[in-house]
Design a protein around this ligand. Sequence first.
Ligand code: HMG
Ligand code: MG
Length: 298
Amino acid sequence: DLPARVRIYEVGARDGLQNEKAEVPTEVKAEFIRRLADAGLTTIEATSFVHPKWVPQLADAEQLFPQVGDLDVELPVLVPNQRGLDRALALGARRIAVFASATESFAKANLNRTLDESLAVFAPVVRQAKDAGVHVRGYVSMCFGDPWEGAVPLHQVARVCTALRDMGCDELSLGDTIGVATPGHVLGLLALLNEEGVPTNTIGVHFHDTYGQALANTYAALEHGVTTVDASAGGLGGCPYAKSATGNLATEDLVWMLHGLGIETGVDLGRLTATSVWMAEQLGRPSPSRTVRALSHK
Ligand code: HMG
Ligand code: MG
């Protein structure tokens, strides 16, 4: 059975912008987030408290976060370590996300640590956040394939997922960082996670659309009972530390499918599309989202 309502976890301002070459002024990012909230999105990942040299595009997190803090929406932020948590808590963040990898290669490329070292960094961060009443998401990247290692065994993904859950993460997000997953693969991982005692209602899915499979994968996950879906307005996105990671599932494409299925999202598709068209003008290139292109065609 399909769910009656889906929670869209909007990542455009973070996953979308982190990979942009063009310098996006802080005010434009704040305006982007405001417009996303105005379009009805209620969970909007705002930025990352990572090392500014690793992700220069998000180096203005301290300036940006206070500019949107008044919005009546959830504003999770990425935190890679204790220093990131300290920075986020100092600004009053109420939701954080740590980000692990299912593979050694990406743990090294993205966090400069082995997989187990990165989990050891996260454990006290998650504990301290939980003690402060902060909601914690645990991302797992490269769940379905890795650009250096190729296929990723499901049990390896499950090990990282259960480690994050055991640390106290409130929710998980299964990342198909390079967009290679297909629906049967998604169902296989979800079934294994359930066997390992991870409830479906704590699992979100995070698809990139490299091979055009993001919506098919999403539909499979919905049929399995997943109700949290990550997406990026206009299909912005990619990870600077993963070869061949292209845009995320576009929020507009997701909303088009969900509304077509009679599933509620709370999103006004017209306003959202207008926001992505506006953002594309700021970035100087058209949105890759098929739905944005179709709805904005004059
Ligand atoms: P490192 O170089 O190993 O850091 O990087 P370190 O712990 O050795 O510290 C070195 C210096 O950096 C120190 O300064 C620290 O204070 C400073 P010094 O004492 O030398 O003056 N430092 C920091 N400064 C500010 N904020 C911090 C911070 N941490 C240390 N948080 C580190 C390790 C984790 C910091 C680095 O690798 C990093 O920032 N990585 C972030 C990479 C990233 O953001 N990737 C994109 C997000 S993940 C993604 O996109 C995937 C996802 O979308 C899901 C999917 O699609 O799969 C989520
Ligand atoms: Mg991503």
